[in-house]
Design a protein around this ligand. Structure first.
Ligand SMILES: NC(=O)CC[C@H](N)C(=O)O
Length: 195
């Protein structure tokens, strides 16, 4: 059976992730309410603006349910702002900014520069066959440091840009914008394996 994977739909590039999940053989659905979160097998946290996503998650009563499901082992994949949401710690949070946490790492927001410094780069990701993926970096975070429980799957230059810890996966870049669905296939396989 194809797993049902939610996309947190508070803000950000929700549609692109839903399309990428469908192409990866999963069923995608939007999640805005705790009841919707309870019904999915895994969750994608899209890119957007992590400060806004944090505020809306609190306002929608989703922050605690998200933390509980992640703690209980629900697979989650965060791209860009979603990576920030899965980090245990932000180096430079805005005041009041919270994360769901779960990955033992410290991230730096906007580390690769501003919007007009956005770029694409080929990124070799451990566990993804068939050559590098095209990474789209838009005001992307990088991983400043990871703890012992997290594995770095990819780097761009010196900096970690893809990390996995158990059922949690995070990338600095946006695979949903490229038409290459291998990262979503990897995540769908993680969700199937957890089910
Ligand atoms: N494309 C993105 O998701 C940008 C992330 C944004 N810079 C943040 O702090 O959330």
């Amino acid at each position: 059976m194809s797993p049902v994977i939610g996309v947190l739909a508070l803000q950000g590039d929700v549609r692109e992730h839903l399309a990428a999940l469908e192409s990866a053989g999963a069923t995608g659905t939007t999640v805005r309410r705790p009841e919707e979160l309870a019904a999915v097998d895994g969750l994608v946290l899209p890119g957007g603006e992590s400060t806004t996503i944090s505020k809306l998650a609190i306002a929608f009563g989703l922050m605690e349910p998200l933390r509980e499901r992640v703690r209980a082992g629900m697979p989650a994949y965060g791209s860009c702002a979603g990576m920030i949401m899965l980090a245990d710690k932000i180096l430079d949070p805005r005041s009041g900014q919270e994360t769901i946490g779960g990955i033992d790492m410290i991230v730096r927001r906007n580390a690769f520069g501003r919007q007009n410094e956005s770029f694409e780069a080929a990124v070799d990701v451990a566990g993804i066959e068939g050559g590098p993926v095209e990474g789209v970096f838009i005001r992307a975070p990088w991983v400043e440091s990871v703890g012992a429980r997290a594995d770095v799957l990819a780097r761009h230059g010196e900096h970690a840009v893809a990390v996995r810890q158990g059922n949690l996966l995070a990338t600095s870049f946006h695979p949903e914008l490229t038409g290459d669905h291998r990262v979503h296939r990897l995540f769908a396989a993680m969700v199937r394996a957890a089910g």
